[in-house]
Design a protein around this ligand. Sequence first.
Ligand code: ATP
Ligand code: MG
Length: 262
Amino acid sequence: MGKVISLLNHKGGVGKTTSTINIGAGLVALGKKVLLVDLDPQANLTLSLGIPRQKVTIYESLRGDSELIPYTVKPNLDVIISSLDLSGAEMELINEAGREYLLRELFEPVVGEYDFILIDCPPSLGLLTLNALTSSHFIIIPLQTEFLALQGLTKIKQVIDKVRVRLNKSVHIIGVVATMYDSRKILNRDVVDTIKKFFGKRVFETMIRDNISLAEAPSKRVDIFEYSPGSIGAQDYLALSKEILERVENGVLKEESEPSGE
Ligand SMILES: Nc1ncnc2c1ncn2[C@@H]1O[C@H](COP(=O)(O)OP(=O)(O)OP(=O)(O)O)[C@@H](O)[C@H]1O
Ligand SMILES: [Mg+2]
């Protein structure tokens, strides 16, 4: 059965979408079959891969009007697209019975077809994100290596703890990844030290360096491996994808070393 991973951080612009796309493409390069789910009304993932508007998006499916309809981007890489309509979903679904379980139900018929399902969460901790966490086995938290990177992490931790008590006992943080890292900047190095103090062994050894190709690839509507396979960005995301596979396959860090506080 496929493993479901949410890319989560309610802070905006930390690299959730970039990581979802390029970890997904990295796992495909490593021989896995992957489904990406765009759960953000901004639809950045959908737009970054140049997927034309389809009749059915995640919005129609969450409303119960359709099953999930994956769009194939390239062999072994499918996407559930989003659209701006999704911005109304949190309000519309607020009175729906079992509203936190809608995505999990939608996954049931497709989860066996993939090795991994990666969910690109919106920059908020509302109902859409709760649906992501309720459906997930694992969480990856991307953190931008800048001042205030850790601000708000206590809130994420509280939400994850509540989800574990009330909605999904088995979800846990498989790793924290530092993004947009520039080793020349003392501040970036200091922030990484702080992240490591807070999250310990959960921090992935691979850090995603600041790399212009990663920012350019979406303008060509492709992932980093298609856009610039020799780039630092491609190297970093391939290394990260390997680490993720190891952690998933070896079950490392299962319940040990939960972060203890801010
Ligand atoms: N390693 C990197 N090097 C350079 N630019 C990057 C890198 N990672 C991401 N970016 C750029 O930073 C911006 C924010 O990244 P991204 O959209 O992935 O963040 P996000 O967390 O999904 O944002 P949001 O919260 O708005 O959904 C984008 O323009 C992206 O191209
Ligand atoms: Mg995003």
